[in-house]
Design a binder for this molecule. Structure first.
Ligand SMILES: [Zn+2]
Length: 325
């Protein structure tokens, strides 16, 4: 790319500009521009009326990202921000040719007043931008409360780009709209209509939520097919609300685990746990055939199950509830 180079379209210029930036480790921002549309609106009889629309711009001026200076507004309490502006004069000026057939580089300054290197270039914000797919991965992993350093490592490996921990936080906070989060009515409706789930809600006397029982068709069918053994376990850091998520599982003929029901419980009081297991029994008459419940050895529901549900042990044989290895 050099002075007087001409391009048949802005797209063509952009692709060689991208190569130029990557090879020379310099980045630019659009300092000023005028589109063909706006110049033609202003001069309806002007010579640019016949210009090729692929040019897009009548003129466009790029400046080095370190160009210009940062004017601090004179307001108090302004939060401190960093700036990359350091008065670099490098830039490129592109103008539509008189015949309107090409964009021509009419000015080009390549003297940078700062160090230019690959490392510095890779750390510039434009180069740190990641693809929507990577962004989705970040959001998913951040939601799962994965270690940020590990996410950073993964994304950097996959994209070959520098990604800072701050970038990850920014993606997480701006990447989602949190409007309908934690709207119980909406969630229950969605589960019922969209996913055809059986949903039961438990509330206390003052109408506070105690727990949610969820079971979809696949869960019901899995349990009907393999009701003999039920595994129960809770996981804690799955939801933003930090509600314990209770998972009841069965083992199918292939030795694979199948989810039989899900419970979101606000607390692990005996009454709440009892409600959850009772709902499970009520909604699944086949549970009369359950012979063994398997739980964690320190799980609070061991008491509940042995007291109320352990088939055949009638409370006097709690060893029927086997701890997981
Ligand atoms: Zn520069």
């Amino acid at each position: 790319m050099k002075l007087q180079d001409s391009y048949k379209s802005f797209e063509e210029f952009e692709s060689s500009f991208r190569v130029y930036k990557d090879v020379n480790f310099v980045d630019f921002f659009i300092k000023d521009c005028k589109t063909l549309t706006s110049i033609n609106a202003k001069f309806p009889n002007g010579r640019m009326m016949t210009a090729s629309s692929d040019l897009k711009y009548y003129y466009i001026k790029f400046c080095c990202v370190h160009g210009g200076c940062y004017k601090k507004k004179k307001t108090l309490d302004q939060r401190s921000t960093s700036t990359m502006r350091q008065g670099c004069d490098a830039g490129i000026y592109l103008k539509a040719s008189d015949d309107g057939k090409s964009l021509v580089i009419t000015k080009m300054t390549e003297d940078h007043n700062h160090e230019v290197s690959k490392i510095l270039y890779d750390h510039l914000p434009n180069q740190r931008k990641i693809t929507p797919e990577n962004k989705a991965t970040v959001l998913e992993l951040m939601d799962l409360k994965a270690n940020k350093k590990m996410i950073q490592h993964k994304i950097m490996n996959e994209s070959g780009k520098i990604v800072t921990l701050k970038d990850l936080s920014n993606i997480h906070t701006t990447g989602r709209n949190n409007d309908s989060k934690n709207n119980l009515v909406e969630v229950v409706n969605k589960l019922k209509t969209k996913f055809n789930c059986i949903v039961e809600i438990s509330t206390d006397e003052s109408n506070n939520l105690n727990g949610v029982f969820i079971q979809d068709r696949f869960m019901t069918e899995s349990f009907e097919a393999f009701p003999e053994v039920v595994f129960a376990d809770a996981t804690y850091k799955l939801l933003d609300l930090r509600l314990p998520v209770y998972v009841l599982m069965t083992e199918d003929g292939n030795g694979q685990s199948e989810i039989a029901a899900i419970g979101l419980l606000v607390n692990e009081e005996e009454v709440t746990l009892r409600w959850f297991f009772e709902t499970f029994k009520k909604k699944n008459p086949i549970s009369a055939q359950t012979r063994v419940y398997v739980t964690d050895k320190d799980m609070k529901e061991r008491n509940v199950i042995s007291k109320w549900f352990c088939p055949r042990c009638r409370g006097d044989r709690p060893n029927k509830i086997k701890p997981k290895a």
